[in-house]
Unconditional design. Structure first.
Lengths: 324, 595
């Protein structure tokens, strides 16, 4: 530990299409500390993936800045960014060229960056495959010969090839079965402790986020509505949306069937977000005159627990008004 | 919850024929769904969950080798009888013979015209053959007809991806009413056909009237221009003043009708007057243009020394009446039209009105004939039942205009419209977000509670199972490995696979309950290839308790508790869950060393 914190103050706004703006990510402030796993959860279409891509500089930002180790990533060379920051995509099959062997898939980043070639490359790829729990013999095979879980392992190996410090995991387990998901999650944790990596874990599955993250950010319609330590967030959520999300997780227990908050309606369109608090159209405790007109500030409730709501639910209390 | 079995699957074995030989998808499935219960079927992808459900309603493309699927005592699997099979074979042979006779005699006809009779005879033999074939396939046809009645009417299905299950070309209303029509659930028509045709014809007229009241200038101007054009061309023109007045009439008419309608709003009156100015300008321009044209021609003629002035003037008048009439007028008319379209506010309306007048009637007639008002009310009522906000609007929307949750609700509405006894839901919430998932699940549970529909819920999400089901069956690689009540399976699982599956799910455990674990317990290895042949238990390569007997003998379903079955040779070893977990961990360690 050298005491250096990596942090990414992000303030992006209005990822624009030509005329109307789809505010996929609209004013997000976030910092990621070195060595931690930050989970980002939210429903589909809330801008999780866009945020991730913006983080890596894959999509240009409309407004705001992203700093990596204090340097704006727009000022860094693209290659340097990629060497330090890598990504694992949701669909492992789709992110691989079906005509490339595993050796060239995993070794591609090394070749592109001119870091190794030939026999040395083979050696490095073999080590990488070992580290993700695959056999060295698999090197000559092609992606279609692998199952989903194995493909995701290859994708992880590829992300690791350049020895990055930061990996963005964009729904790495969504396409996998439960038992395979468990295998991949364990692998990710092992690698993280082994190589001292920083993860940003994007997912829609709260169980997974709870398992793997140190801190969790909950997104709704392009904004972060709550950010807290995992334990803090799951034990005392403050934002009504987080409450609803948590209560909507089907729990695998027979006895204590909890009362759930069934939100009415769908997520509004990000091209035309509601005024005021973006959640007020579906919020069970929204107050007229406040929530539909004023934008709530993103404020710190307690140490490290940020929330963006006018009427945050107090710790330990449950949301008592149910939307039936 | 109690009582009789509605769907009973017994010893079902099916295979798919592929290029590389048959693939056995299901090995020995036993599954019962009771009346009014929610039966969960859980398993990983490729374990045969969907195949089971599709076979149950006779939609699967696989071949059933063995077993029965009884819906309310009716076997939905049709097995062709031997005599029918033989009869069909014989009929094919007869038809072939007939065909050969025909072909042969067509060749012979060149030499012998009497071969025509032989051709007719051949055709007769072919006909006879196909008739014989009909007898052979009669009962399978009857079975298919019966299945069609059961499907939708008594067993309904919800598919995973609502977008692919809905037709993107038709409105929600049409699709739901089609299902109802097919199953005879529509009420009697309210309006008889002639009156609906009349309504269809009148609809564009009323629409035109609507648009006149809404935007009179834009609607009346083209009409005015049309009137102007026809009058001017038919009457011809005698003098300049008359000529010009024809141009002013439509402008004045449209301006004044507008002002009459917008009497209360003086501003609009002014606006409509200013909007008439371009027409005025055009008229003046045309007047100047035609005058210049005429006098130039006149001068040309005057300068012609061969003709007298009187003759020249006469000729000019002739020209102005015939030669001049078409070109400048057409020019002015085009310009007028251009100005009219060029004015942005009215341009869209003009186009719309043109379409309304000339094209819509045909479309309207077919559209109105489609749905009787009473039927559309019925559809709206069903949409209301599934809690779709403003159902009247939604019923006229196309699937792509709806969100995922709404689409799934439309699917449920479609299925509910026939009030089935059994609902097969194949991963109904997999494509949806958690908050939407909660809505859909609630809807399905309400339906069971209110109408007593039995549900067979297929999913890979144990959370959904825990939320919804009364009884659960766990599937693994084409077999059912454990089944029992929800409580039994989730709290006291006995088959090692179910235990491993349950524990590999990341759970939200509060600090008070010991906090989260460092690593997840996993099942080592992978799901076997469906082509792989197993004499014994299909789970044995991944099982911590596997021994010789597991490799050689297939485990029977053992009743470990009343109505709780597990297919395992070592159920005595699995009573303590934590022991099984330890065993799994040891196995994982052993297997990683092995690599």
């Amino acid at each position: 530990m050298d005491g250096v914190k990596k942090w990414f103050p992000i303030k992006t706004g209005m990822l624009s299409s030509s005329k109307s703006f789809v505010r996929a990510v609209d004013g997000v402030n976030l910092s990621v500390k070195k060595g931690e796993t930050l989970g980002i959860v939210g429903e589909s279409g809330c801008g999780k993936t866009t945020l991730g891509r913006v983080l890596l500089g894959l999509i240009p930002i409309t407004e705001g800045s992203i700093k990596y180790n204090g340097v704006d990533i727009r000022d860094m060379k693209n290659r340097d960014v990629r060497k330090k920051m890598q990504i694992v995509f949701q669909d492992p099959g789709g992110s691989m060229n079906p005509r490339m062997s595993v050796r060239s898939i995993v070794g591609e980043p090394l070749i592109v960056n001119g870091m190794s070639d030939g026999a040395e490359l083979t050696k490095i790829v073999a080590e990488l495959l070992d580290s993700v729990g695959l056999n060295r013999k698999h090197m000559t095979r092609f992606p279609h010969e692998f199952s989903g879980g194995q493909k995701q392992r290859i994708a992880v190996a590829r992300a690791l090839a350049l020895n990055p410090e930061f990996i963005l995991l964009d729904e790495p387990t969504s396409a996998l079965d439960v038992s395979v998901q468990a295998q991949v999650l364990n692998l990710l944790e092992e690698i993280q402790t082994e190589k001292d990596l920083t993860f940003v874990f994007i997912t829609h599955s709260l169980n997974v986020v709870h398992h793997i993250s140190d801190r969790v950010a909950v997104m709704y319609l392009g904004k972060i509505v709550e950010l807290a330590d995992t334990v803090d967030l799951f034990e005392s959520p403050s934002h009504p949306y987080t409450h609803a999300l948590l209560s909507a997780i089907p729990e695998i227990s027979v006895e204590d069937k909890k009362e759930r908050i069934v939100l009415s309606g769908d997520v509004p369109s990000p091209a035309n977000p509601p005024s005021g608090c973006r959640f007020h159209t579906r919020c069970p405790i929204a107050k007229e005159g406040v929530c539909d007109t004023d934008k709530p500030e993103f404020r710190e409730l307690s140490e490290g627990h940020f929330v963006s709501c006018h009427f945050p639910v107090e710790a330990g209390k449950s949301l008592s008004i149910f939307d039936e | 919850m109690s009582g009789d079995v509605i769907l009973d699957i017994k010893d079902l074995r099916v295979h798919f024929d592929t290029l590389y030989g048959p693939i056995e998808a299901l090995h020995d499935i036993d599954l019962q769904v009771m009346r009014g219960e929610i039966r969960g079927v859980v398993g990983e992808s490729g374990c045969g969950k969907s195949v089971t459900s599709l076979t149950a309603i006779g939609l699967a493309t696989c071949k059933v080798d063995d077993g029965q699927i009884l819906y309310d005592g009716y076997d939905t699997v049709y097995r062709i009888k031997d005599w029918e099979k033989n009869l069909i074979r014989i009929s094919t042979a007869i038809s072939y013979i007939g065909a050969l006779i025909i072909v042969f005699n067509i060749l012979r006809i060149i030499f012998d015209t009497s071969a025509v009779y032989d051709i007719i005879a051949g055709a007769g033999i072919m006909l006879f053959g196909s008739l014989v074939g009909l007898i052979g396939s009669f009962s399978s046809y009857k079975h298919e007809k019966e299945l069609r009645r059961i499907r939708g009417n008594e067993i309904s299905m919800i598919f995973q991806e609502p977008m692919t299950a809905l037709n993107p070309l038709y409105t929600v209303e049409k699709q739901i009413s089609e299902v109802m029509k097919e199953h005879g659930r529509l009420v009697e028509r309210e309006a008889p056909t002639p009156s609906r045709i009349l309504r269809a014809v009148l609809k564009p007229a009323t629409q035109l009237a609507d648009s006149i009241t809404k935007n009179p200038l834009a609607t009346l101007t083209p009409i005015g221009v049309l009137i102007m054009y026809f009058t001017v061309t038919s009457l011809g023109y005698s003098g300049l003043f008359e000529k010009l007045s024809w141009y002013f009439i439509p402008v004045i008419v449209s301006a004044f009708t507008t002002s009459a309608i917008y009497e209360k709003e003086k501003v609009n009156w002014l606006i409509s007057l200013t909007k008439s100015i371009p027409y005025l300008i055009i008229s003046i321009l045309y007047f100047i243009y035609s005058s210049i044209y005429k006098y130039t021609l006149g001068l040309l003629n005057v300068n012609n020394p061969l003709k007298s002035i009187e003759e020249g003037v006469e000729e000019i008048n002739n020209i102005s009446l015939e030669g001049l009439s078409s070109l400048p007028l057409a020019f002015a008319f085009a310009l007028t039209l251009f100005m009219m379209f060029w004015m942005p506010a009215s341009a869209v309306m003009v186009i719309l009105v043109t379409i309304a007048v000339f094209m819509i009637p045909g479309i309207m007639i077919s559209d109105v004939l489609k749905l009787d008002p009473s039927h559309s009310r019925q559809v709206v009522q069903i949409l209301e039942e599934v809690q779709i906000p403003n159902p009247e609007t939604v019923s006229r929307m196309y699937p792509h205009e709806l969100s995922g949750g709404m689409r799934q609700r439309v699917m449920i509405a479609m299925m509910m419209s026939c009030e089935p006894n059994l609902l097969i839901a194949d991963e109904p919430t997999t494509a949806l977000d958690v908050t939407i998932q909660a809505q859909i699940l609630k809807l399905m549970r309400d339906m069971r509670d209110q109408k007593g529909t039995s549900i067979m819920l297929i999913t890979h999400d144990l959370g959904v199972i825990a939320e919804m089901c009364d009884t659960v069956s766990v599937m693994y690689a084409g077999t059912i490995v454990e089944s029992g009540s929800l409580k039994d399976v989730l709290e006291r699982p006995r088959m090692p696979y179910s235990i491993g599956l349950l524990h590999s799910i990341p759970r939200i455990i509060t600090e008070a309950e010991g906090g989260r674990k460092e690593s997840l317990p996993i099942i080592p290895g992978q799901v076997p290839d469906p082509n792989e042949h197993f004499d014994g238990c299909r789970f044995h390569p991944r099982c911590p308790f596997a021994d010789e007997i597991c490799v050689s003998t297939k485990p029977e379903m053992i009743e470990v508790n009343p109505s709780h079955f597990a297919a395992c040779h070592h159920v005595d070893k699995t009573t303590n869950v934590s022991q099984v977990e330890d065993a799994f961990e040891n196995l994982v360690a052993r297997m990683t060393e092995g690599i």
